[in-house]
Design a protein around this ligand. Structure first.
Ligand code: NI
Length: 262
């Protein structure tokens, strides 16, 4: 199997506290060459930066998740901005809207989302988008930045029609564990029809563990199950999916010094 990029993993998560170092050291032998580690709030963004300083194959993103929009402040904004500039974040994320949990009021979510899109525009960085039960509002806001900000729809589980609208704005579509779930008919249908040059793969570890390891903690090495499932759906060799997705990640995040020893 060729080397892969896991385009979204939270290696800074506390679920990795007892064996993080081992998991990271074993990435290469599990054919994972690079990992993008997004932040979800100020603290996890800091941890993502720290990991990237320790390991040159981990790239950080910084941002505040919609769950934490409520606690967003000018001070947090400034710290995120400083980290993005000084510590070379490859993206602003993950950011977006979550109307499923509604952990923060929707008006606040939208305000914080827009503020971070403005930051991405200012710094010329791509964005990593989390959206749940909020596809319409997410599209409308991203559309306000059309031609100025691009990014990836992370852990996409919406319709093909909606994916096409996001792709028309220049966005990539990233699939995670749910595409491997037996009953996930819609996600499978969407994945089957996403063009190779718009496709990313990820784990969102430690969450959303793919089949056949559902129920266990997720790890970047399981990204191969996502690649294999998409290859089956598209009826192409898995190497095609891996090559396309890592090339797309490299282009989107403008990854420097990336090479693969296949
Ligand atoms: Ni995530």
């Amino acid at each position: 199997m060729k080397f892969m990029i896991d385009s979204h993993a939270h290696l800074d998560d506390e679920k990795f506290n007892y064996d993080r170092e081992n998991i990271i050291k074993e990435l290469k032998e599990n054919q994972v060459a690079y990992v993008i580690n997004p932040g979800a709030d100020l603290e996890s963004s800091k941890r993502a930066i720290e990991l990237s300083k320790e390991y040159d194959f981990i790239f950080p993103a910084v941002g505040v998740h919609p769950h934490d929009a409520q606690s967003f402040s000018e001070e947090i904004y400034n710290e995120i901005k400083n980290m993005a500039i000084k510590d070379k974040a490859v993206a602003i994320g993950e950011i977006g809207l979550d109307y499923y949990y509604d952990n923060s009021p929707r008006d606040k979510q939208k305000e914080v989302f827009k503020k971070q899109l403005e930051l991405a525009r200012e710094l010329n960085l791509p964005v990593i988008i989390h959206t749940r039960d909020a596809y319409g509002d997410t599209f409308d806001i991203l559309n306000e930045f059309k031609g100025e900000v691009i990014g990836v729809m992370h852990c996409y589980s919406g319709s093909l029609e909606m994916a096409e609208r996001y792709m028309s704005l220049g966005y990539y579509i990233s699939f995670a564990g749910p595409v491997t779930f037996k009953n996930a008919k819609n996600v499978k249908e969407t994945a089957e029809n996403i063009p190779m040059d718009r496709l990313l793969i990820e784990t969102d570890s430690p969450y959303l563990t793919p089949t056949p390891n559902r129920g266990k903690r997720n790890e970047p090495k399981y990204v191969k199950y996502v690649a294999e499932t998409i290859a089956e759906l598209k009826d192409v060799p898995v190497s095609d999916v891996i090559e396309a997705s890592r090339e797309n990640a490299r282009n989107l995040f403008k990854l420097e010094g990336v090479s693969f020893e296949d």
